[in-house]
Each structure stands twice: as C-alpha cells, then as structure tokens.
Design a protein around this ligand. Structure first.
Ligand code: B12
Length: 308
C-alpha cells in the first residue's frame, strides 16, 4: 500500500489500514459469502430485513460498485471503557458522535487528499462504505490483513483488540495487493462464548434473535419472550469485555467521560419525553433506536427480564 495513503489515513484517525485486490481473494470471499447465505437462510438475522434484501449485493460486490478491483479497509478504535453505572449500561461504541458520519467524512477526505497528492491516486474512483451499504465489512477487513475473526464473530486486531469500527472503500484499480492474513490468536480461549448470558454465541456464529445487542438496538416492538438484558438499554459488550485483547487495550488508554447523550440517570430517563429523547440522541448512533423501543428497553431492564 502507498505509504503516503497510510500516512494520510493515520492523520485522519485510522491507525491501521490495508488494501486487497478482489481478484486475489475470490475463493476466500466465496467461502465467506456462502457462510453469510447460510446464516440468513437459518433465520439468524432475526427481523433485520435489510440483511436478507441485500443478500445478492453482499455475495457480489460488483453490484455495489461496478468495476470494483480492490478494497481498502480501515480500523478506527473507540473508547474501550465501560459506559453507565453498572445498573444501567450502554455499549461502548455509543460513547461519541455517530460513527457512520464521522468515518464516512474522514475516509472521503482521506481519499480526496490522496487523489490530489499522489500519482497513484490519479483517475481513481471509489465508494466509501461504513455500515451504509450491503458489504461484508468484517470479511474485507480480514482479507485486507487487519485482524482475525474471533469466536465472538468480531474482528480482533492484535494490539487494538475488537473495540474498533471498520470502514471499507471500494476502488476501481488493482494495486497488486494480497496481504498475508493475520493468524487467529484466539487459540483455545472461549471466554466470550461463556460470557454471553443468553446463549446467542457458538464459536464464530451468532444468533441475533437471542443477542442483547440485537434486542436492544434492532428489534422493533415488544419482545416475544422474557429476556434479561443484564442492565443494557442499548447495545451489549459482554462478549467483548472478557476478551484478553480488549483488557490490554483498556489498560493502555485513560478513561473517557461519557458523552453528553449518555449521562442521564434512570429517574431522568423514565421522565423523558419523546422530543427530549430525540434532542438528546441527535447526531449519535443511538438514533437507530426509536423512542418507544428505548422505553421498552428501559422498562424491561428495570423489571429484570419480566415482560409484565
Ligand atoms: C447486522 C450487524 C449486527 C447484528 C448481527 C451481528 C453479527 N455477528 O452478525 C447485531 C445487531 C447483533 C450486531 C451487534 C453488534 N455489532 Co454489528 N453489524 C452488523 C452489520 C451491519 C452486518 C454484519 C453481518 O453481515 N452479519 C452476518 C454474519 C454472518 O456476518 P459476520 O459475522 O460479519 O461474518 C462474516 C465473516 O466474519 C466471515 N466469518 C466469520 N467466521 C468465519 C470463519 C470461517 C472459517 C470463514 C470462512 C468465514 C468466517 O463470514 C461471515 C460472512 O462474511 C455490520 C456492518 C457490515 N455491513 O458488515 C456491523 C458490525 C459487524 N457491527 C459492529 C459492532 C461494533 C457491533 C457490536 C459490538 C455493537 C454493540 N456493542 O452492541 C455488536 C457485537 C455483537 C457480535 N458479537 O457480533 C462492527 C464490528 C467491528 C468489529 N470489530 O468486528 C461492524 C463491522 C460495524 C462497523 N462498521 O464497524 N451487529
């Protein structure tokens, strides 16, 4: 990869990046695509209809960006410290502005800068995807050599751990790049599997329908059966907290105070109006959760798993 591009990306907050040519990894990609197809066929995506609607595009990246020749993948770490007071918890990735916007803007700025500064960037066309298109982001990050896929299904980087967002850029040019895949350093460790209190995880496989993250963020309307949300009102980090690679990342960085939209206590949240909620979460990734579903999570978490 052009060292100038690496430099530009680092300056924009992406310490780790890599490029892979699509033609060089066709066979590996096909294995991932098959896995994805089977996962959806088994219904493990729950009610996330966009995952079944986007099946063809995920299986064939040409449909997302015609003429795609290579893929740039980047990682952006987010604060690895817990958010909430123990009794009321938010997933860590919510502790900041909406990552879709931040990463989309920073990646676009990086690509424009590279195009203007480098011969390699001449005539380059690209499409930035941050959870915004039908793209297998973890697969591309793995194939671009940025980490391995842990038993909790998350991409793990040996130094940064898994508290990272992934960004992907489809490019119309080959770079002769086929990075060596990183070794899987999970070994026999199964802490993440045992830590999931709702049994959503088997090795490298997640059933969203049971997952606290899915239930609190993606599930609309009432829950079908009682579930203990383990204090979470949005997202869940239980399968990440126990990962030794994340423990190291926490030790390396100082604590970060909670973002303003995550500081209300339970009493304040219970009294909050719909317009108050909308104002509070504006510009954060929590805006994925609509008011009635946030109230459902709050009530449900409080009842300790009872649907009453
Ligand atoms: C749908 C979705 C969810 C769903 C389903 C999660 C899941 N495990 O699939 C729900 C709502 C539960 C969810 C939760 C979370 N999510 Co989410 N989610 C996505 C989304 C939009 C699609 C994921 C997907 O396609 N899943 C389907 C499964 C089958 O695909 P997969 O797990 O990626 O597995 C592929 C590869 O890993 C590979 N693979 C895995 N193991 C193996 C083994 C072999 C042998 C082979 C060949 C291949 C292979 O095959 C699969 C098919 O390609 C992505 C963004 C994107 N567009 O990719 C973000 C994304 C995966 N989520 C992300 C995050 C941060 C989270 C949470 C941590 C948020 C939170 N704290 O609550 C949790 C983590 C829960 C968990 N353990 O996965 C990040 C993950 C970053 C990382 N380090 O991996 C992503 C990449 C968003 C981003 N741009 O940063 N998420």
């Amino acid at each position: 990869m052009d060292p100038r591009l690496t430099e530009i990306l680092q300056a924009e907050g992406f310490p780790v990046s890599g490029i892979v040519d699509v033609a060089a990894v066709r066979e590996e990609y096909a294995l991932h695509a098959d896995r994805y197809g089977k996962w959806v066929a088994d219904g493990k995506h729950g009610e996330m209809g966009y995952l079944s609607r986007g099946l063809d595009r995920r299986l064939n990246p040409e449909l997302v960006f015609p003429g795609v020749k290579s893929v740039l993948a980047v990682l952006r770490p987010y604060p690895p410290h817990p958010v909430g007071d123990g009794g009321l918890r938010y997933a860590r990735y919510l502790n900041g502005p909406d990552y879709h916007e931040v990463i989309q803007t920073a990646l676009t700025r990086s690509m424009e800068r590279w195009k203007s500064e480098s011969v390699e960037g001449d005539g380059l066309e690209y499409k930035v995807c941050v959870d915004t298109s039908a793209v297998l982001e973890r697969t591309w990050a793995l194939l671009a050599g940025l980490g391995w896929i842990g038993k909790n299904t998350l991409l793990i980087h040996p130094q940064l751990g898994s508290y990272v967002f992934i960004g992907v850029v489809f490019l119309n040019r080959e770079f002769g790049a086929r990075p060596a895949p990183l070794k899987d350093y999970c070994g026999p460790c199964e802490r993440c599997l045992s830590a999931c209190p709702v049994g959503a995880l088997e090795s490298h496989d997640l059933d969203s329908r049971k997952c606290i993250s899915y239930l609190t963020l993606e599930k609309r309307g009432p829950f079908e059966k009682p579930v203990d949300l383990h204090g979470y009102v949005a997202g869940c980090d239980l399968c990440q907290e126990v990962c030794p690679y994340n423990t190291k990342a926490v030790r390396r960085t100082g604590p970060v105070p909670p973002a303003p939209h995550l500081v209300l206590d339970e009493e304040e949240l219970l009294l909050e109006s719909e317009s108050g909620y909308r104002d509070r979460i504006k510009g954060s990734a929590l805006s994925r959760v609509k008011f009635p579903d946030f109230k459902r999570n709050l009530a449900f978490r409080r009842n300790g798993g009872s649907t009453e």
